[in-house]
Design a protein around this ligand. Structure first.
Ligand SMILES: [Zn+2]
Length: 428
């Protein structure tokens, strides 16, 4: 692509890192329709709710730009600590890259994998980089992409973390899952992007530098907003190469989630896909327009969102649950064979609703994440620090607390408890 060449040609004269503008997004009330039920407001499930849809990107189905693979990726043992890669911004590097491009291509092995202009040979693993080319060219920061191409043919599983830059558990889930794989024993390919939203990650924010939520702009557009362009670049250059995708998130706005999948259970391919995840709660959610999950499913890629814990934190037990479940998926998809089969429980399927707080004040929970609750049970209180009034919050159905707010100051209408009710799998 032209822009990539520009990125290489323009030198970083000042040696500065990119200074993106950090905006603190104002809390936004969830967009879901809500209905009054007794003392509490009930909202339909939404993923990462309280995110405002400012714009919708127009779904684009432009064919992927045909690019000849430029080079063969070096085989790197991903278990070894990576040296800090020097930026390829020197004239020699550009000359070397151009030289590589002119090397006549050998016949490709059947399971060679072409990604980001590079050939990843079977039985090798490597680090590639994806650059959405939205920054000042000389200051461009490529986003690392980990690739393991197995020695045996098989499907391509993609893992994305930190689409919201402050959601850290997924970064570690991707790292542990990918770095544990041995290409000599893998069937198929695993592509991991630990940190999709690199500017957001560096600023400790969920959003992009333009304050947009990247997860409302897929599959993106090459001519739209910053978010549209980043989404488009990721979608065309990486996501379209995946057969399966797990997009890993956490709760937002001081909410925490039991490890769980969000999946459109009305889609038979997606429903079948969820059965590979052991020990997971699976919550039916058809998804919103612009989500990576929604766009990928529309493109024929079996996709779920994995939610694990809270933003801004690294939570060992949440990470463990995510890694173990992804390992079970790799096993059930025939990509690895686990040495030991523990007979892990199957996933459990839930319908769900959000319980909103009736009043503003300080939220104190009486239940823990994962607790089983019955209809009418008090889940917590909102205390008004001025009037001393205590407003109880009650469960409106039997079920399990699959997500909840941590204790904090809340405004009326804040979605505080996500209650899941066990449900049959649609289509069974
Ligand atoms: Zn998220």
């Amino acid at each position: 692509m032209l822009l990539q060449t520009h990125g290489l040609r323009s030198l970083s004269i000042l040696g500065l890192t990119v200074s993106t503008l950090a905006f603190v997004a104002a809390p936004v009330t969830a967009e879901q329709q809500s209905s009054k039920t007794g003392d509490v407001l009930v909202a339909e499930l939404a993923e990462d709710e309280n995110v405002e849809d400012i714009e919708h990107s127009e779904p684009r189905r432009a064919p992927e730009e045909v690019k000849a693979p430029k080079k063969v990726a070096p085989d790197i043992d991903l278990k070894e600590i990576a040296p800090v890669p020097p930026p390829p911004t020197t004239d020699e590097a550009i000359a070397a890259a151009q030289e590589d491009a002119t090397v006549p291509e050998e016949p490709e092995p059947a399971t060679s994998f072409q990604l980001l202009g590079t050939e990843v040979r079977p039985g090798t693993s490597t680090r590639l980089s994806w650059s959405p080319n939205i920054q000042i060219a000389g200051l461009s920061q490529p986003t690392p992409v980990l690739v393991v191409n197995g020695v045996n043919p098989g499907p391509t599983l993609c893992l994305t973390g930190a689409v919201h830059g402050d959601e850290l558990n997924g970064i570690e889930i991707v790292r542990r899952t990918v770095y544990d794989l041995n290409p000599e024993k893998l069937s198929g390919r695993v592509v991991g992007i630990p940190i999709v939203n690199l500017p957001g990650f560096q600023q400790g924010t969920r959003y992009l530098p333009d304050r947009r939520d990247l997860n409302r702009h897929f599959p993106g557009s090459p001519n739209g907003s910053l978010a549209d362009r980043i989404a488009y670049s990721l979608f065309e250059n990486v996501i379209r190469h995946c057969d399966m995708l797990v997009d890993i998130h956490t709760g937002s706005q001081k909410r925490t989630n039991l490890p769980q999948l969000r999946a459109d259970m009305n889609n038979p391919d997606v429903a079948a896909f969820t059965r590979g995840f052991d020990r997971m709660a699976v919550v039916h959610s058809s998804g919103s327009s612009g989500m990576l999950r929604t766009a990928a499913v529309e493109a024929g890629i079996r996709t779920v969102t994995m939610e694990a814990g809270e933003s801004h934190r690294i939570q060992e037990h949440q990470i463990d649950a995510g890694v173990n479940s992804l390992t079970s998926l790799l096993d059930k998809e025939g990509m690895i064979s686990r040495m030991f089969v523990w007979g892990d429980p199957e996933p459990v399927y839930y319908d769900s609703n959000w319980v909103r707080v009736p009043n503003g004040g300080i939220l104190f929970s009486e239940v823990d994440l994962g607790a089983r609750v019955t209809e009418g049970e008090i889940l917590g209180y909102v205390a008004d620090p001025i009037t001393n009034a205590q407003h109880p919050i009650r469960a409106i159905s039997d079920g399990r607390i699959i997500g909840m707010a941590v204790d904090q100051v809340v405004m009326a209408g804040f979605a505080a408890y996500h209650v899941g009710t066990e449900a049959e799998v649609p289509g069974e």
